[in-house]
Design a protein around this ligand. Structure first.
Ligand SMILES: [Zn+2]
Length: 288
């Protein structure tokens, strides 16, 4: 198969998101980036719907939030959902203490997954897949209780997917879902996340087999990585759509070293990682 997914184009979508600055809810950068994502996805021929909601953060702050839903082949009865979060985190709480209150630029943690999905939308305008695809960009994923505050609760994370899962704003339920999170790092390790294994083992097998057919078995590793409560957890428990997470996590190092630090910038992105994930999804969706 000839691939149309362009690493340079995907990277430019990542850079563009970062150029707005950190996409923290209730900031002008966040508003501007939402408008940009809505415009791009519409330009690429998707049917775009904005799901606006107010979420309550761990500290009581009301986060004016928007899940961005872009449908390709909107009336097709067989649908696959592709997810990423488009917000970025207000705290570098995995960094030195002096940086704890600085926002994360989120080149990898946020923008990378969105960039891959934008690039797929671009190529699907040239050649449409023969199934329906629902791209869902969740908001307010990364506003969870900072590590320097007591009383962490898991439910303070993933507010956009919790809202989407509760409302189920679709007329046709997707047959499965794939979440992308931190897919642009250097030398990523995409392993079997325990929650994906629990809820969607057949989807993990299918996606990893596509990756291996492309020669990516060093990156898409057939080993358990960790148990990660990410947006796919809420999609699974609230909607029953079997959903996996493609996320960079290794049992040795945990998340990538730039995670929730001031170093999560476009300089620390490897375009080839975006391309691997993009090619896997391009082949997978055209094969459906
Ligand atoms: Zn994060």
């Amino acid at each position: 198969m000839q691939f149309n997914f362009s690493a340079d184009s995907a990277f430019s979508f990542l850079q563009k998101q970062c150029d707005f600055g950190p996409r923290i809810p209730n900031t002008p950068a966040h508003v501007a980036c939402a408008a940009y994502l809505e415009k791009k996805l519409s330009e690429y021929g998707a049917l775009v719907t904005l799901q606006k909601f107010d979420a309550k953060a761990y500290n009581g702050e009301i986060l004016h939030s928007t899940n961005i839903i872009a449908q390709i082949n909107p009336s097709h009865p067989k649908r696959i959902a592709l997810f990423a979060h488009w917000d970025s985190r207000p705290y570098c709480d995995n960094d030195a203490e002096v940086n704890w209150k600085s926002p994360v630029l989120g080149a990898n943690d946020g923008a990378s997954g969105v960039a891959v999905l934008l690039e797929l939308a671009r190529i699907w305008q040239q050649k449409a897949p023969s199934v329906g695809v629902d791209i869902v960009l969740f908001d307010s994923e990364d506003y969870g209780t900072p590590s320097f505050v007591q009383n962490d609760s898991e439910d303070t994370w993933c507010l956009g997917s919790q809202y989407w899962g509760a409302k189920k704003p679709y007329s046709v339920k997707p047959i499965y879902g794939i979440l992308l999170d931190m897919v642009g790092g250097v030398n990523p390790n995409f392993g079997y996340d325990v929650i994906s294994q629990q809820f969607a083992p057949e989807i993990l097998a299918k996606v990893w087999s596509v990756a291996h057919s492309l020669g990516y078995s060093q990156t898409f590793v057939s080993k358990t990585s960790g148990s990660i409560v990410d947006d796919h957890y809420y999609v699974n428990i609230l909607t029953g759509i079997p959903t996996i997470d493609i996320i960079d996590f290794s049992p040795n190092r945990g998340f990538p070293s730039t995670w929730h630090t001031i170093y999560d910038t476009p300089q620390n992105i490897d375009k080839e990682s975006l391309k691997m994930v993009g090619n896997v999804l391009e082949l997978l969706i055209y094969s459906e």
